[in-house]
Design a protein around this ligand. Structure first.
Ligand code: ASP
Ligand code: MG
Length: 421
């Protein structure tokens, strides 16, 4: 069996879903199809959530707009009175009822309860449409099978229990196609959780691992993995094959093609991941696998924007690399702040992180009895894998370099852009 994952861009309208059916028709193997929320639905639900939490009644009309966009997809695909319409109406009614009657909890918890609906709606519509075209299609609510802890918005999968449940459910007894949600899971207490933005790739990899899939195919609106963001470099080129290690390094450095957690479950079972375009079905895309063909690899450019560089200094001028180090990093972990780059000197340490201002301020406050901490905002972290002198010149001109780190394969800079490019 194979796992296919369709991202939001591939299912943004009725045409996209017809194209999905075309892609699925070309596959003879049994399939688990993981689908993200339609188009920009997740972003739109985040806005609904914020309005609702702040008591702004505008949330109702925002939610109506989301309903209208789903309805237009239904109208584009089904006859009047379809099952799809009934199921979507019921699901929106459930969410409306939740928003009207529940006592508002913490942001992260409510985020998962509300924003997760995007995946429920998209999979209902895709599954109903597939049922019209193929026999043996089943919609599954992944929250019953993919169990997680209750770290809302960044939940950890409970592997052994989930594996049992997944093997039991996705067993291809009488079924050939399962349609299920990416990005979401459920706790033992039957609360919805999410795995982090863009987490559907990760779901596809988890299911592939548990089911020993032959491969995963992620269908996107780009021709594959490129050696740079084409918005940054117009002459970006596609990489045909890359190793798991290369893919992990790229996504850790900020390449947006694949969710960073996706590679480990695939690597552990040696399952290849194909990144392909749903627009050009004849093209092969990029394969991520254990032993890519040895070719001269191009420099790969990665830019991570909206970074904060935090400088931390022990107030008593003690060395930072001793006990202070564990105290500092424990604080990052406790506050859920992911560290992107570290540079230490004798009595200070610089840490580059994503700009999640509220968390950073709590961290600085937490450290303030023993450490002085200041931060620089609006920074960028630039990475070049397989760098050359020319490639370094290309990206460092017009930028003020605050930190530079070089290994044999990778160079990283924390910079301030001087031109805004
Ligand atoms: N719909 C979610 C998001 O936009 C998950 C995903 O697309 O992978 O982040
Ligand atoms: Mg997406």
């Amino acid at each position: 069996m194979k796992v296919y994952k369709f991202g939001g861009a591939s299912v943004k309208d009725a045409e996209g879903i017809r194209n999905l059916v075309k892609i699925v028709s070309g596959e003879n193997e049994n399939l688990v199809i993981v689908v993200s929320a339609f188009g920009k639905t997740t972003n739109a639900l985040e806005i609904v959530l914020k309005a609702w939490l702040s008591g702004d009644e505008k949330y109702e009309s925002l939610l109506n707009d989301i309903y209208a966009s789903h309805l237009s997809v239904i109208i584009g695909l089904f006859e009047e009175g379809s099952e799809a319409k009934g199921k979507i109406d019921n699901s929106f009614a459930l969410l409306n009822n939740y928003l009207l009657t529940s006592i508002k909890g913490e942001y992260d918890f409510e985020y998962d309860q509300i924003v997760s609906y995007g995946e429920i709606w998209s999979t209902i519509i895709v599954a109903e449409y597939l049922k019209m075209k193929f026999k043996d299609v089943v919609w599954c609510d992944i929250r019953d099978y993919l169990l997680t802890d209750d770290r809302y918005r960044d939940a950890n999968v409970l592997w052994s229990e989930s594996t049992k449940r997944v093997l039991d459910r996705f067993n291809f007894g009488n079924e050939k196609i399962y349609v299920t949600q990416g990005f979401i899971g459920g706790t033992h207490a039957r609360k919805t959780t999410t795995l982090g933005r863009e987490g559907s790739d990760y779901t596809a990899a988890i299911l592939a691992n548990m089911l020993d899939a032959e491969c995963v195919v992620v269908w996107k609106d780009v021709p594959g993995i490129l050696n740079a963001d084409p918005k940054w470099f117009s002459d970006a080129r596609k990489l045909d094959e890359i190793s798991y290690k290369e893919a992990v390094e790229m996504s850790f450095s900020g390449a947006k093609v694949i969710h960073p957690k996706t590679i480990k479950p695939l690597h552990n079972k040696n399952i290849p991941l194909h990144v392909r375009s749903f627009l050009t079905l004849k093209e092969k895309g990029t394969v991520i696998k254990a032993d890519p063909a040895l070719k001269k690899i191009l420099p790969v450019f990665i830019k991570k924007e909206d970074q904060i560089l935090i400088s931390i200094l022990p107030k008593d001028f003690s060395f930072v690399m001793g006990d202070n180090l564990s105290r500092i990093f424990l604080s990052f972990i406790t506050h859920g702040i992911k560290v992107n780059l570290v540079e230490a000197s004798a009595v200070s340490i610089d840490v580059c992180v994503d700009d999640e201002r509220a968390k950073v301020e709590v961290l600085i406050d937490d450290l303030s009895t023993e450490f002085a901490a200041v931060y620089n905002e609006k920074m960028e972290m630039l990475t070049i894998r397989h760098y050359t002198k020319d490639s370094i010149d290309l990206i460092t001109k017009d930028r003020e370099i605050l930190i530079e780190q070089r290994t044999r394969s990778t160079v990283r800079f924390v910079v301030r852009s001087l031109t805004g490019l």
